[in-house]
Design a binder for this molecule. Structure first.
Ligand code: NAP
Length: 575
């Protein structure tokens, strides 16, 4: 491992091994990549980051559609290491907009001087394991190849937009856009007949905004979302001062929380309530408080008690019926599945938009889109004319982006294929057959506020690499049983909720059900950030019982990754 010395005179060269270009290569400049680069800089590990876009931001670079803003409250949507750098950043609103988050990214990267080690407009197309030399060979879209000891995928959980699958797509003569690849130029809706296909979190954010200027807006819905009111508001100076004062405590709270957000504990267990009116009062409180607090600050057992979840779902339906004037439209908007079986979007007057004369909802569950035509689209029964079509169809989540890279392991295994055949990872971070590969927000990592998750993962990877250096380890592998056990835990936690059947039935992306042929199983750990942190810490504190290490000399002697663990959990040799 070169560790800031990547010349041929570095320690690797002394062992007759080739020097690497970088200790580590990071793929992607979203939250995960930026946080990882800071970790490497802090720890004196040389690193290079490649990013397909022309700037930092990841999700917040690509998803610049109108209305895009976070669903996490701004005060927890930060890289919590900022406690160390006092950047003086102040968010303007409870849920910041895409431009503000993009600005935040640029401020962080410039403040920390991370840009010098980032190459933009450069997609990593392949990363192959060279077992002989214990390195990764990384190829980019520019045709360059670089070597590194550690490879970090920070490709983001929702980074591969689904392509519109409709026949005749390119025949359309008007404007059309895919939300996850939104252009940088201003898109003008004024006076236009606009179609939005899809009603997930992305569409829910766009619809109320487009409605203001479009001549007409037609929303094509297959499955209705469970839209929770965001109740966004500007942050006053007083609120900001309080947040600033409390931020260190808050960062600590989110690390031990369930979803990486600073929520109060749920008020009740459903089973403890004595009457329906009491339950309604609790749900009303959640609805008024806004955002995900409806789920996480109301009933502790909303995700595990069917009766409780059913009541919450009915409560939401009653709200839709009371907001939307036209009862036929209201009924079409009503979700009939467990709350959180599909990731609930936060609405900024979404349901209210359907009360406008220029907004119309069309059901395509029972009458699907047959084709895109030069002038619009056609369902089984009706022909529609539009000036603009917007596809908000979602993403091939988590594994989809990994599978797009030609990522080959020790024996040439294909990462995407391996995960497709058997989703088993060590804590969402490492995979069998892929030594020295670390994933940020990988499959089976926590379903939680992303900045908090990547903060934990980057810290873990940084400490792990230093541990390797301190112990003379050159290679790290997960043990098969570690990944198998984690897979079992991830599945067990999910299966203990009321969500599995509903998630499958509603094409939920977090179980892979929105992509044809993708195995249906939880892509994320629902057991909470706090317990996840504990699991990862246990590995570090106990000298990594779940992993195998090999030293350079072992590798040279052909003893590739033969380190074993004794029954008491300590390794036989310190290598
Ligand atoms: P999504 O939730 O997966 O929604 C995609 C929509 O497109 C669904 O309504 C889906 O219908 C529809 N659809 C897909 N293929 C279709 C087809 N062939 N024909 C007709 N309809 C089709 O995607 P998303 O809205 O982009 O959101 C994905 C995730 O991104 C969210 O759950 C969230 O985690 C994240 N996100 C976050 C934010 C934020 O935090 N601010 C904002 C936006 C997105 P079905 O449901 O019937 O499949």
């Amino acid at each position: 491992m070169a560790m800031t010395d990547n010349t041929a005179t570095g320690p690797e060269a002394a062992h007759g091994r080739p020097a690497v270009d970088f200790d580590a290569i990071v793929i992607g400049a979203g939250f995960g990549g930026v946080r990882m680069m800071y970790e490497f800089q802090k720890r004196g590990i040389t690193a290079k980051l490649f990013e397909a876009g022309s700037n930092v931001g990841g999700t917040w670079y690509w998803n610049r559609y109108p209305g895009a803003r976070t669903d996490s409250e701004s005060w927890v949507y930060v890289l919590t290491f900022l406690e160390e750098i006092d950047m003086g950043w102040k968010w303007k609103e409870r849920f910041p907009t895409q431009p503000e988050v993009e600005q935040y990214f640029n401020r962080v990267v410039d403040h920390l001087d991370l840009r010098k080690d980032m190459e933009f407009n450069t997609r990593v197309t392949a990363a192959h394991r060279d077992e002989t030399n214990n390195i990764w060979k990384v190829t980019t879209s520019k045709g360059s190849t670089y070597t590194c000891t550690f490879l970090i995928t920070a490709t983001g959980p929702l980074a591969t937009p689904l392509k519109p699958p409709f026949p005749g797509l390119n025949s359309f003569k008007g404007e059309w856009y895919v939300t996850g690849l939104w252009p940088k130029h201003k898109v003008d809706f004024a006076g236009k007949r606009v179609a939005v296909i899809g009603t997930g979190a992305t569409s829910v954010q766009m619809v109320p905004l487009i409605a203001h200027t479009a001549k007409s807006l037609t929303v094509f819905q297959r499955t209705p979302s469970c839209v929770l009111p965001a109740r966004n508001h500007p942050l006053t100076d007083h609120q900001q001062a309080e947040l600033q004062r409390d931020c260190l405590n808050m960062f600590q709270r989110v690390r031990t929380s369930v979803f990486g957000m600073d929520f109060q504990d749920p008020r009740y267990r459903f089973t403890d309530l004595k009457s329906d009116s009491e339950a309604q009062r609790v749900l009303e409180y959640g609805w008024e408080t806004g955002g995900f607090r409806f789920i996480f600050q109301t009933f502790a057992d909303m995700l595990t008690n069917k009766e409780c979840n059913d009541l919450a779902a009915e409560f939401i339906r009653s709200k839709i019926r009371s907001i939307v004037k036209d009862q036929e439209t209201a009924e079409l908007l009503c979700p009939y599945y467990p709350v959180l079986a599909k990731r609930p979007p936060l609405g900024h007057y979404y349901y209210e938009a359907f009360n406008r004369d220029n907004v119309k909802l069309v059901d395509i569950k029972n009458n699907p889109i047959k084709e895109i035509t030069p002038t619009g689209l056609r369902t089984g029964t009706t022909e529609y004319e539009f000036d603009m079509i917007i596809y908000a169809l979602g993403f091939d989540a988590i594994t989809g982006t990994l599978a797009q890279i030609d990522l080959r392991g020790s024996q040439g295994q294909d990462l995407g294929k391996q995960l497709h055949e058997r989703m088993a990872t060590a804590y969402g971070i490492m995979v069998e057959n892929f030594p020295n590969l670390f994933m940020m927000t990988g499959p089976q990592s926590p379903f939680a506020n992303i900045p908090v998750v990547v903060d934990q993962t980057a810290d873990w990877i940084g400490r792990t690499i230093l541990y390797m250096r301190d112990h003379g380890h050159a290679r790290m592998d997960t043990k098969k049983e570690t990944a198998d056990t984690w897979r079992e835990k991830v599945n067990a936690v999910f299966n203990a909720t009321v969500l599995p059947q509903g998630a499958k039935d509603t094409n939920s992306w977090f179980v892979g059900a929105n992509v044809e042929g993708k195995p249906i199983e939880p892509l994320l750990w629902l057991g909470g950030v706090g317990p996840y942190v504990q699991e990862c810490e246990r590995e570090i504190n106990n000298d990594f019982p779940g992993f195998r290490f090999s030293s350079s000399s072992q590798l040279e002697n052909g003893q590739s990754s033969t380190g074993t663990t004794t029954s008491d959990g300590t390794r036989e040799s310190r290598l």
